[in-house]
Design a protein around this ligand. Structure first.
Ligand code: PBG
Length: 301
């Protein structure tokens, strides 16, 4: 299958930690040493790309751990690239796992809306810290207007012209993110992400958002989630003919896993069907929690 597979990984601080995510069977939050061990196997199985999320121990109102000097993700990138120089590393750039209120940007105390300017600054610092650690792509997922432009500028001015941007361009406010929020305990404590993520009935804004991200300097655009949104994937591919990723998200993964556990379908068969449908729709990259198992099945077949 000529499509690039991206495996998401969640890093926590400490040593020898593998914390199960109950809502997502087979997914763990891992300390860096355990990530390296896991990658030893996966790279041998042909893994070429990972998407790395940081899960901080402590959350602050302004999400400071996301962008402070030598943060957990920057340290992890350095060490992963040292051990696996050919593995392409992508990092999530968003504040929701780091802020105590759970929103994706900076909010002034007592206020409810995101401060656009400060959020762009924080995201730019976060992206630059990952870039300086040697990441290949940063993946801004906060859905803040002009985030790609701001991050591109910060990377260029910070001496990281070669770092690429994979932008979560068409990210819909979806029910399918439910299980993910257990991972990072990142459900918003007030309000809703509908204020900045796209309405799922609105395909026009999705196309506008992709156009804007390409214009602002994105190198790969993304549609998220996947299953209910393959019409968008096809339209984006046809309209822009641009490198395109699709994110097969947590709720979609859990559905497949639970169904397989109940004997409704063969997991291996159904994942192959899904991945084929993403490719048919026009995706060049698939981000999926199934990638770990998929590589093992492929190797043994
Ligand atoms: C953070 C982020 C989310 C996901 C990826 N990055 C959660 C959200 O927007 O609530 C979801 C991934 C998944 O469900 O697998 N901005």
């Amino acid at each position: 299958m000529f499509i690039k597979l991206i495996y998401p990984l969640f890093v926590v601080s400490g040593k020898n930690k593998a914390l199960p995510v109950h809502s997502m069977p087979g997914v763990f939050k891992l300390s860096l040493d355990r990530i390296i061990k896991q990658l030893d196997i996966l790279v041998k199985h042909g893994l070429e790309y990972i998407l790395l999320f940081g899960v901080p121990e402590i959350k602050h109102w302004h999400g400071n751990c996301a962008y402070q000097e030598n943060n957990l993700v920057a340290q992890s990138v350095k060490s992963i690239k040292n051990s696996f120089p050919n593995l392409k590393v992508i990092t999530d750039v968003c504040l929701c796992a780091y802020t105590s209120h759970g929103h994706c940007g900076v909010i002034h105390k007592g206020k409810k809306v995101i401060d656009h300017k400060l959020t762009l600054e924080a995201l730019s610092w976060m992206a630059l810290s990952h870039a300086r650690a040697g990441v290949d792509f940063v993946a801004p997922s906060a859905m803040v207007q002009r985030q790609v432009k701001a991050i591109r500028l910060a990377l260029d001015q910070g001496g990281c012209r070669k770092t690429k941007i994979m932008s979560y361009s068409a990210k819909f406010a979806s029910n399918f993110y439910g299980p993910f929020r257990e991972i990072a305990d990142s459900a918003p404590k007030f309000g809703s992400r509908r204020e900045y993520q796209l309405d799922y009935s609105d395909f026009k804004s999705a196309l506008d958002s992709v156009a804007r991200d390409i214009k602002e300097g994105g190198d790969v655009v993304m549609v998220k989630p996947s299953l209910g949104y393959l019409d968008i994937v096809r339209q984006v591919k046809d309209k822009f003919k641009f490198p395109l990723a699709v994110y097969n998200v947590s709720g979609e993964y859990t559905m497949i896993k639970k169904g397989a556990a109940l004997g409704f379908w063969e997991e291996k068969e159904i994942v192959s069907e899904l991945f084929t449908s993403f490719k048919r729709a026009g995706a060049d990259f698939i981000i999926s929690y199934h990638v770990k198992d998929f590589l093992g099945w492929r190797k043994n077949s």
